[in-house]
Write a protein that binds this ligand. Structure first.
Ligand SMILES: [Zn+2]
Length: 189
């Protein structure tokens, strides 16, 4: 049996019936790993697929949300970690695929795997981080840096960034407030 058939959707009751719609969800075990860099979804990982299939004149439009877990190695401290991961995509499976429509209806089914694989691989983080403020490894000792050491290194930052850091920490006064619309409003006391 072809393992990737877990990604197939039967569309027998949708084909050539524009306006018909089906929603299905299921949990599969990933038969083949996604990705090959620091972050991957390994074979055997559970993946929940929420699939909406709409019959349109040209074929079947699939809207898919996939929820799974990725395994990664932190790009800073090299620690292995797992984190929830989700992607969504929409793909038209055409009755008569052209060069513009990569994917077609095969008999009474569509195969979600190729567009799913594209979406997952594209969304996997290129530089995964175990946590947003991972201090990384000490360049001299190769040991994991303490969080305090990372904070101390702030003195080396560009003064504008130091001001932003103080603002983010809530220690900045009103007239020091950087004039940037991208920062959250400070809460009045
Ligand atoms: Zn890390």
């Amino acid at each position: 049996m072809n393992a990737t058939r877990v990604y197939e959707e039967n569309i027998r009751d949708l084909a050539n019936r524009p306006g018909e719609m089906r929603e299905r969800s299921r949990v599969i075990s990933v038969p083949e790993q996604f990705g090959e860099a620091l972050a991957v979804v390994p074979a055997g990982t559970e993946m929940e697929l929420e699939v909406r299939l709409e019959s349109v004149h040209e074929g079947v439009l699939a809207s898919v949300k996939a929820y799974t877990t990725l395994q990664a190695e932190c790009g800073r401290c090299l620690k292995e970690f797992a984190t929830p991961f989700q992607v969504e995509f929409q793909e038209l499976f055409a009755y008569t695929p052209t060069e513009a429509d990569d994917y077609g209806v095969h008999g009474d089914h569509v195969d979600l795997e190729p567009p799913l694989r594209d979406a997952v691989v594209l969304a996997l983080p290129f530089q995964p981080m175990c946590r947003p403020d991972c201090p990384g490894l000490d360049p001299e000792s190769g040991e994991l840096r303490e969080a305090e050491a990372a904070v101390e290194s702030d003195v080396d930052l560009d003064p504008r960034w130091a001001a932003l850091a103080r603002f983010a920490a809530g220690t900045v006064t009103a007239d020091e407030k950087p004039d940037s619309g991208e920062l959250p409003e400070s809460k009045s006391k």
